[in-house]
Design a protein around this ligand. Structure first.
Ligand SMILES: Cc1cc2nc3c(=O)[nH]c(=O)nc-3n(C[C@H](O)[C@H](O)[C@H](O)COP(=O)(O)OP(=O)(O)OC[C@H]3O[C@@H](n4cnc5c(N)ncnc54)[C@H](O)[C@@H]3O)c2cc1C
Length: 120
């Protein structure tokens, strides 16, 4: 993908966080968001399948963040979860959980679904 600065981005990569300690440090904003540069070694052979002229040492780490997920390591990906008053009983509250890719592409369809189901 080309970003707004004209740089080519590959990824994303995923690294599972571990247990209670990591989860607590996320909440307390003490989580170490630095990206381990050695992780890019596994990117080279994969990217060269469609970008064969990629030079050794040309990849640089991007940024990291916490992606909330409904399915864990080794589990199949979960579908989006949409919960309205019929599920949790609170009028006017709609929960949207696990809106992973293609959540942006699906956003207008999700909005139409919510309007038709909960806002009429
Ligand atoms: C690398 C990557 C590439 C992607 N590419 C695509 C793509 O090509 N096409 C596509 O359709 N989708 C793509 N997606 C998925 C898409 O980005 C998501 O589906 C979409 O952003 C979900 O929207 P959302 O509003 O549910 O959550 P988010 O966009 O994650 O918004 C949640 C917001 O809540 C804020 N927040 C979280 N906790 C708190 C709190 N406690 N208090 C206050 N604010 C809080 C967060 O900071 C964030 O701003 C991609 C996702 C990633 C990570």
């Amino acid at each position: 993908m080309l970003d707004l600065n004209g740089l080519v981005r590959f990824g994303p990569d995923v690294e599972w966080i571990n247990g209670e300690q990591d989860v607590m440090s996320c909440f307390l904003n003490r989580f170490d968001y630095s990206v381990n540069p050695t992780r890019c070694s596994k990117f080279y052979p994969v990217i060269r399948k469609y970008f064969p002229n990629l030079n050794d040492g040309s990849l640089e780490p991007g940024y990291s963040g916490i992606r909330p997920k409904l399915s864990g390591p080794g589990q199949p990906p979960s579908d989006f979860v949409i919960q309205g008053e019929d599920i949790h009983g609170i009028p006017g509250l709609v929960n949207l959980f696990g809106i992973e890719s293609p959540g942006l592409t699906s956003s207008l369809a999700i909005a139409e679904y919510i309007v038709s189901k909960y806002l009429r």
